[in-house]
Design a protein around this ligand. Structure first.
Ligand SMILES: Nc1nc2c(ncn2[C@@H]2O[C@H](COP(=O)(O)OP(=O)(O)OP(=O)(O)O)[C@@H](O)[C@H]2O)c(=O)[nH]1
Ligand SMILES: [Mg+2]
Length: 188
């Protein structure tokens, strides 16, 4: 966790946007307060992934709530079915609108979030290649990697980041249900 936090902090100056990937089934519990705190200086995009597994009515309400907060644009996607994928590069570009460098170099976005929410799967789906290791076990991505998607868009994959203490025990339970916590660490 300390290593991932350091990786994100060290690489923040190399990116234009931070994408926080959330699980559409539990957007509030999967939102990492530590990540919000350390990336507060960058424009942010909240991606509600695994839309195919979530209640569609609830997801729309969640997206409205995020939109209401103003500082973070929400998009709903499913990396598996490819629903909404194109909205990621498009929204990242919108967040950089007016920047002097926009016509000269790609938009660089750091993709972060708690373990197992689908960060690497989103990168593979966008690039249409298996460039990042992805799978059902939390903690698969172990290092930061820069992955060019198109000439206009680059992503930085990061390992999952959890925080030290869940204020609400229900959050811990929900994160365990989502497959975020390593099995060996769960008290069944
Ligand atoms: N149903 C469904 N499964 C998904 C979706 N996106 C990712 N997954 C699955 O979620 C699991 C985790 O995916 P990863 O891409 O490895 O997740 P990650 O966030 O990179 O995980 P770490 O690197 O461990 O932090 C895999 O089994 C994926 O197939 C989605 O949109 N829908
Ligand atoms: Mg990963």
């Amino acid at each position: 966790m300390a290593k991932t936090k350091r990786l994100i902090l060290e690489n923040l100056k190399r990116v234009d946007v931070v994408i926080e990937v959330l699980d559409a089934r539990a957007p509030l519990s999967s939102r990492n307060p530590l990540l919000r705190q350390i990336t507060a200086s960058k424009p942010r995009l909240a991606v509600l992934n695994k839309d195919d597994l979530a209640d569609p009515v609830a997801t729309v309400l969640w997206a409205d709530q995020f939109r209401g907060e103003g500082h973070t644009l929400p998009v709903q996607i499913s990396a598996t079915t490819r629903k909404g994928l194109d909205s990621i590069p498009r929204t990242c570009r919108e967040l950089c609108r007016g920047a002097s460098w926009l016509s000269r170099r790609p938009v660089r976005a750091l993709i972060a979030g708690i373990p197992n929410v689908g960060k690497s799967t989103i990168i593979n789906a966008l690039s249409r290649k298996r460039k990042a290791e992805a799978g059902a076990t939390p903690g698969l991505t172990r290092d930061l990697r820069r992955i060019p998607i198109t000439g206009k868009f680059e992503l930085f994959d990061t390992p999952g980041l959890l925080w030290h203490k869940f204020e609400d025990p229900l959050t811990g339970l929900i994160l365990a249900y989502l497959g975020t916590v390593k099995r060996a660490r769960i008290d069944y």
